[in-house]
Design a protein around this ligand. Structure first.
Ligand SMILES: NC(=O)c1ccc[n+]([C@@H]2O[C@H](COP(=O)([O-])OP(=O)(O)OC[C@H]3O[C@@H](n4cnc5c(N)ncnc54)[C@H](O)[C@@H]3O)[C@@H](O)[C@H]2O)c1
Length: 242
């Protein structure tokens, strides 16, 4: 995969999956702006709250001034709330939607007019397997990812004439610090991990680098005929009941 000369912006690029994506993009020759609440490993790293209009506008302007107009946008930042749907305070529902969904749209809006003028652009949002299934204990997170997938279907059609492609990937359990910490907090940690792994026919968690490989393909010219798609990346978890 050769992305030499391309510019990418990655939100949540300092996280487990985000950092793997940033590294993969850089490895393919792209110059990468990492937007996150913490320091990342991009060519430039901007502290940015993707939940804030002002913060995103300022960070995107700085990214463009430093690296040039982006060709690739990837929204990887996300947050969650652990609890039953009806126990989730509305303020938390709003916070999750604001970061997971509106954050993606803020990033896209910062550059889409000029992508349209150029008649090219490649956009990827990181969704989740939970977008497609009941997710007791994290139903509001799941709803935000379902919203992301839905919006991408419509955007794919709305932006197609402008030469802009947009897709999502839907990982299941990926071995990031976030996932591991979640299990570490459980009293039956080892059993819960074994049960979770067994829900994947390939009987293991995914690695961040495996998400990055698919992300790299989808934002590259090799995926020039792919738009509006949601790619499962889940060791087979979504094709069977286990
Ligand atoms: N790890 C998994 O098992 C898994 C499974 C399915 C989907 N995902 C998705 O993959 C993506 C990355 O997940 P991860 O496991 O690497 O999590 P992570 O917590 O390691 O990374 C998320 C990153 O987003 C950043 N972030 C959070 N709120 C932000 C904000 N307001 N502004 C800017 N940055 C913000 C965090 O600082 C962090 O660096 C998320 O969209 C997540 O929903 C993860």
């Amino acid at each position: 995969m050769n992305l030499t000369g391309k510019v990418a912006v990655v939100t949540g690029g300092a996280g487990g999956i985000g950092e793997a994506i940033v590294n993969a993009l850089k490895g393919a020759g792209a110059r990468v702006a990492c937007l996150d609440l913490r320091q990342g490993n991009g060519n430039i790293n901007l502290i940015c709250d993707i939940g804030s209009d002002d913060s995103v506008i300022a960070a995107c302007a700085l990214a463009e001034a430093e690296l040039g107009m982006p060709d690739i946008l990837i929204h990887c930042a996300a947050t969650t709330f652990k609890g039953a749907v009806l126990d989730t305070p509305i303020a938390d529902f709003e916070r999750i939607m604001n970061i997971n969904v509106y954050g993606a749209l803020r990033l896209t809006n910062a550059f889409v007019d000029r992508m349209k003028a150029r008649k090219s652009g490649s956009i990827l949002y990181i969704s989740s397997i939970n977008a497609r299934f009941a997710t007791p204990g994290q139903g509001v997170y799941a709803a935000s990812k379902a919203a992301l997938d839905s919006v991408v279907k419509t955007l794919a059609v709305e932006l197609a004439d402008d030469g802009i492609r947009i897709n999502t990937v839907q990982p299941s359990s990926v071995a990031t610090p976030l996932l591991v910490e979640g299990f570490n907090a459980l009293p039956n940690r080892d059993e819960a991990i074994a049960i979770n792994k067994a829900r994947h026919p390939l009987n293991r968690w995914g690695e961040p680098e495996e998400v990055a490989k698919l992300a790299l393909f989808l934002v590259s010219e090799d995926a020039a005929w792919i738009t509006g798609a949601h790619y499962a990346l889940d060791g087979g978890a979504s094709v069977t009941r286990r």
